[in-house]
Design a protein around this ligand. Sequence first.
Ligand code: NAD
Length: 340
Amino acid sequence: MSNHQPITHSARNPMRVGVLGFGGLGQAAARVLAPKREMRWVAAADQKGYVYSTEGLDPDRCIEVYRDRGSLGDLEPGGTHSTQSIEDLIRRGSQGVDGYFLALPNLPNTFMASVAKAFIESGWRGVLVDALKRTSAVEQLLELQDDLNNAGITYMTGCGATPGLLTAAAAVAAQSYAEIHSVKITFGVGIANWEAYRATIREDIAHLPGYDVERARAMTDAEVEALLDETDGLLKLEGMEHADDIMLELAGICDRDRVTVGGVVDTRNPKKPLSTNVRVTGRTFEGKISTHTFTLGDETSMAANVCGPAFGYLKAGINLHRRGIHGLFTAAEVMPQFVR
Ligand code: NAD
């Protein structure tokens, strides 16, 4: 097959995918995958167990068991309890999974890089996609570039909403300009209750003045609730350490100090407190200064804007992998491919 021929996936020959982490995003990922013909969801893991089925997993059943029993390890048949569920699942499903979406908390800030190392050491070959947020976390993966390449792993990083969808939109918008002056990402997130996305909220708290990742990680649920009580459930974030900056710099679009990210998270209302948007300002070849704005629809949830792109990048990564292209890629340098 020539390198330029698209590889066709179908219900008879679907991409077999796994989801690591089965909290807010992991469960949404299972629902996003359910109607897809090109992908079959065959594996999942949480902190206490994992499940693997070549026939495919039922999202309703998995979500029910996780909610009522606390782990996919309790799923019958197929569930297995484990305190090292990721390593065990990699071994068990080694030949049967083409790629994984890592819907895992990055707590501590080195966790995702340690998961990447576990995959490298396991001998598994395939595609990994994350929705990492922090610049320093993506920097750790950059150091693993050669190891990923040598291991035959195609790793797509920063492939959620921001970084992810909005970073990619900025990379496209930048093409009108001869010089990029600023990329300004402003997000609005509305969720009905913070417990549905504990890691996301803890990682956001880590950006507040006076907090860091370790402090936010060590907070009890009661302490998180007390903090949210003080702010009426709102988290107002500015000047965040977000990997959109390093991703746009690596893509050659602008220096990282021209990229800013901030937003508002309402943890008590699914309605977005503001419309998520990215504004890309630059100078055209004629010398005109202008701004492109890309705004997400207010009805789209955080889960839709993270999981959709994550699987779009997983499909793109699987096509790269099948062409023998391995190593580390970001959402700003590869186009996501729509999963049917
Ligand atoms: P969550 O807290 O709801 O769920 C985390 C899940 O991971 C749980 O199922 C837990 O059991 C599992 N887990 C934890 N440690 C594990 C381990 N060692 N092995 C296996 N499983 C383990 O998390 P969430 O709110 O869905 O967030 C997931 C990640 O997505 C966070 O890091 C968050 O920052 C990121 N995120 C990114 C974007 C983006 O746009 N890029 C947006 C939202 C969230």
